[in-house]
Design a binder for this molecule. Sequence first.
Ligand code: SF4
Length: 224
Amino acid sequence: MMDHPRVQACETLEELRSYIGDCQRCPLARTRTNLVFGVGSPRARLMFIGEAPGRNEDLQGEPFVGAAGKLLDELLASIGLDRSEVYIANVLKCRPPGNRDPLPEEMEQCTPFLEQQVRLVDPEVIATLGNFATRHVLKTQAGITRLRGRLFRSAGRKVVPIYHPAAALYDRTKQDVLFEDFQRLKAVLEMPAESGDVSGAQRTEARTRRSESAQPGPEQPTLF
Ligand code: SF4
């Protein structure tokens, strides 16, 4: 059973990773090779959220390795960013067998970890990768083809849905669209903060508050 206050009391990504440990909270623990937590800058302004680890990620314990990871690196380079400057995580930390869609019980157990990762990294912009992550973050049933490249807002953060790089690997048209959408991401990162945005100053203040008093949050976390 998930202990939300303890998840929310984790003050750093390292602490959260350590709390998750050798997680056995859902049946995916029995079929995974490695738990894939997330990588990147703990202070990234841009965070990518994918669905769940694939085969290569499961084998290596890192998100976005293999051909899809290489494409992501190229997309980042096209807007002058390196993987070390962003943060990358998935909705689920363990691979569903055969890459099937995550099940509700798996989501219920695992998503508090992602929510805490988002709180700790505190990104200004979230790019959701593909249908599943987009639907989860934006709480919508609309598909990625309709939503991609558009700017949404969720709890003071800008959210930009884009295709999952794995879906574009063998589709030149989708790759072109991805490169276009990364230019939009760059423009969103350059946008001046508006009222209600999570701004740099607010982020610093929130981090200071967090480090000064780490009180457990409410029982049910609100999304991001
Ligand atoms: S998917 Fe999440 S909840 Fe399930 S075992 Fe992995 S880390 Fe734990």
